[in-house]
Design a protein around this ligand. Structure first.
Ligand SMILES: Cc1cc2nc3c(=O)[nH]c(=O)nc-3n(C[C@H](O)[C@H](O)[C@H](O)COP(=O)(O)OP(=O)(O)OC[C@H]3O[C@@H](n4cnc5c(N)ncnc54)[C@H](O)[C@@H]3O)c2cc1C
Length: 304
């Protein structure tokens, strides 16, 4: 594996920005984590293919990143290439006749949610306040207890580096689970078409406001975090379980179980990834001891 060879092979390539040793704390909502050996922003489909070809040839591992809002990056960073989707993947087109929005995977989910609202399209209100990109949301099947993004997906387009081709999945081709999908991990989501329904703008706005108010009331939005750390076990509320173990406020270094929402582990300032990982392990072990339940993380780990 050689960063140097990759940089040389991509130098002068149009539509690709290449940065060496880029600190990933700049690209995660946790505001922590070490550097990626390479940080590539691909602004077009062709640029993405080119970058993947070179990485494959040089034997350098890679990962695709949205806005890093569900990610814990190790303090030592990541020895491979982090790829993000740039300009061409941020566009979206709304078709009022079919009530659909087709958007690039790099588009901010908040922009797509606002587009739906401003066009009087209902179905995405649940996603207001979820940070990140549309690609990240589809990959995570992001949502709330009531609704999740997969339920409004009509089709998605992905690139499969292993097969060297574009693929299309309809809603029914994908198994949509709780914060998980059956889309293979090595496929890159490029675009999604969302099917919404005509709605009343006043009602859409009221639903969004209600949801945002609930978030402001129940989540520590002022502190860097990755949102919920653990998935809710079947029929249980993980936040309540952690709280009942007396762990609200528990901290190691700069990482703390939020006193506001026990399933959020926040960076109170200067936390290391190691601090966060140790708090995660402590919560996991304490809940297992108290309930006999092995919690599953919702957060993704990079470089561990
Ligand atoms: C304050 C806060 C509140 C949150 N609230 C919620 C919530 O209510 N509901 C919820 O579900 N989540 C929530 N989250 C978690 C997070 O915002 C979501 O999981 C979000 O959808 C992740 O999007 P992202 O672009 O940041 O993805 P990233 O964190 O960058 O990546 C997440 C995963 O998706 C993969 N991925 C990203 N883009 C692509 C792509 N184009 N193709 C293939 N794979 C890709 C990555 O490889 C990674 O495995 C919250 C987070 C925070 C910080």
């Amino acid at each position: 594996m050689s960063s140097f060879n990759v940089i040389m092979a991509l130098s002068g390539a149009s539509d690709i920005d290449v940065v060496e040793a880029e600190p990933l704390r700049r690209h995660t909502t946790y505001r922590l984590g070490g550097p990626a050996a390479l940080y590539l922003t691909c602004h077009s489909y062709h640029a993405l293919r080119r970058a993947l070809e070179v990485l494959d040839r040089e034997g350098m591992e890679w990962v695709i990143l949205g806005k890093g809002s569900n990610l814990l990056v190790a303090d030592a960073g990541y020895a491979g290439a982090v790829i993000t989707l740039g300009r061409e993947f941020s566009r979206f087109v709304t078709d009022p006749d079919t009530c659909t929005i087709s958007a690039g995977a790099g588009a901010l989910l908040s922009r797509v949610v606002n587009e739906a609202y401003s066009r009087g399209l209902t179905g995405l209100e649940f996603a207001v306040g979820v940070p990140g990109t549309l690609g990240g949301a589809v990959s995570m099947n992001a949502g709330t207890r009531e609704a999740w993004i997969g339920s409004v997906v009509e089709e998605i387009r992905v690139f499969s580096p292993a097969e060297g081709r574009l693929k299309r999945y309809g809603y029914e081709d994908v198994s949509w689970g709780y914060r998980t999908t059956s889309i293979p991990r090595n496929e890159i989501i490029l675009e999604a078409k969302l099917r919404l329904a005509p709605g009343d703008k006043g009602e859409i706005n009221a639903l969004m406001e209600k949801s945002l108010a609930r978030r402001r009331r129940t989540q520590p939005l002022g502190k860097p975090s990755c949102g919920s750390v653990f998935r809710n076990p079947d029929g249980m509320h993980v936040g309540k379980m952690i709280e009942e173990c007396g762990l609200k406020g528990f901290s190691i270094g700069g990482a703390q179980v939020s006193p506001v929402h026990a399933n959020f582990i926040v960076n109170t300032g200067g936390a290391t990834a190691e601090d966060v990982a140790r708090v995660i392990q402590h919560v996991y072990a304490t809940v297992r001891e108290a309930y006999g339940v092995e919690l599953q993380p919702e957060v993704k780990f990079l470089g561990f």
